[in-house]
Write a protein that binds this ligand. Sequence first.
Ligand code: GLU
Length: 295
Amino acid sequence: MSADIQHIVTRFAPSPTGRLHIGHAWSALKAMDLARAAGGVMRLRIEDIDGARSRPEHVDGIIEDLRWLGVEWDGEVVFQSQRLSLYDTALEQLRHEGLVYPCFCTRAEIAAEIAASGSAPHGSDGPVYPGTCRHLDADVQAARIALGDAHCWRLDMDKAVARAGPLTWQDMDRGPITARPELAGDVVLARKDAPTSYHLAATLDDTDMGITHVLRGDDLVAATDIHRLLQALLDLPSPLYSHHPLLVDAEGNRLAKRSGGISLAELRGRGMDPARLRDDLRGNRFPVGIRLASA
Ligand code: GLU
């Protein structure tokens, strides 16, 4: 860990699609402790760009759960839904540089294309997009957009990787890690139903909020490769990263937001003492049936 860094800014960035579970609590405490140990700053960002799944009552629930647990953050809570122009400006820059293209494919069309091709490389977000819309003529693109055809915007990964050159990101413990964003294919940077995507919004927000240390689950290691690429393309600084193991249940399944019995709300309802829970989590002691995925 880079203990010599004086000004540490960390963040916890939940999506308000359900109540927080014990894994979120563990992650949020780690981010807070990393900042506090260095006299730094901890921020809270609500990743609510998914209009269909994000709910105001979940935002309230997250804040209530964190306060109960004793996770304290600095400054205002940042809501991604209120920062769409930041994301739009970056997307416009990438569009201007010819690094993104509109994709009109439906999920069903993509699945059919992949089935027909007989090969389906997988990236972090699922099967790699087969590139159907990558080379549409500019006038076809413009005509379809003018007609109101639903589309997302995808990164032209080959072009982007060629533009950025070889990249590494810094792991807090392990040093430089080679980024392999190309494994994810042409990722979506603006969704059909939202003017941005997780990858673009999180990358821009981490810079804009001055985050120096990103601590998150190791399900997002591949996302870090993509975020590093976006930083290079948009000329943004790259924070340090650390990815912690996920928590799983007795069957080895990842904890889901809705799993009964392990949400913070449920533990609170059972009369759990938050100070005790904090101590347990800091000592990697989890409720019965919950363990580290790697253990
Ligand atoms: N919003 C993401 C989640 O809830 C976390 C994103 C991040 O930490 O970069 O899984």
